[in-house]
Design a protein around this ligand. Sequence first.
Ligand code: PCA
Length: 325
Amino acid sequence: MMPSLRKMALAAVAASVLGAVSAQAETWNMPTPYAEADFHTINVRLFAKDVEEATGGDLKIVVHSAGSLVKHPEIKNAIRSNQVPIGEFFLSLLTNENPVFGVDSLPFLATDYDQAAKLWQASRPVVEKLLEKQRIKVLYSVAWPPQGFYTKFDATVPGDLKGLKLRAYNPILQKLAVELGMVPTQVEVPDIPQAFATGQVGAMMTSPSTGSSSKAWDFVKYYYDVQAWLPKNVIAVNVNAFNALSPKNQAAVLKAAEAAEKRGWEMSKAETAAKTKILVDNGMVVQKPSPELKAAFQAAGKVIVADWAKQGGADAKAILDAYNK
Ligand code: PCA
């Protein structure tokens, strides 16, 4: 063969090898914090299935639930460093990085699904801007059911809370606990039963979903439907990983994400009643908080919101203005 023809032949071989590689399916490992049976995880799995179908198998997302691949507090940083291309985390876990991330956990700011959706629309541009700086792209976000209070004994007056060891899940809930005279400890969902069993905590604030998935009736008796706020999870992707997809596959991921957000909020709404019933069916006393108890939560909440607005500066103001419009 003439040298130039040989070169061309080699180039053709190289091109076909590269072509084969780039057409090969890509696999994304996806760490998530919550258990398989949790509605957020079920929704993530449906999202992964939609992506695989819509990309004709080009992109396969392998879900690793319950912190099994990456522990929850590390998931955001793992996405940031592209150690994993995609993952799920509790947005308000990042409140110490920037108060804005905790807006959905401010007590009594948004207490039902319509308000929570409005707050997400108001805060999404700011949250996206801040995460984009870390090369993280938000795909979708889903709210948990309204948050209530779980105790071993019937708490009727604010004094009953004094000294209670509260299982907390973000810095805002920690502050609220302190404001109410409780002692907060950060505990991830998979560790809740153990934390109660060892006496590390004796009360918690969470949704009926997490109450029922952690079998709260094994360690507490009372559930107070406080409806204090609806915090959210975020599903996010590393920007470089996303940009490496073909335009067609990028569009498929975004479309699946939009569908997952819609579906997730509907699942969440349906959860509230269904999971509260499971608490009742397992012998828990489910009730509204007494007016005194509720007033104490509200008064403490006011302090937290005022502090937050001060610390959050212009971004916090922009969110509140958009929300109150
Ligand atoms: N469950 C999660 C977050 C909010 C919720 O309802 C938890 O308890 O950590």
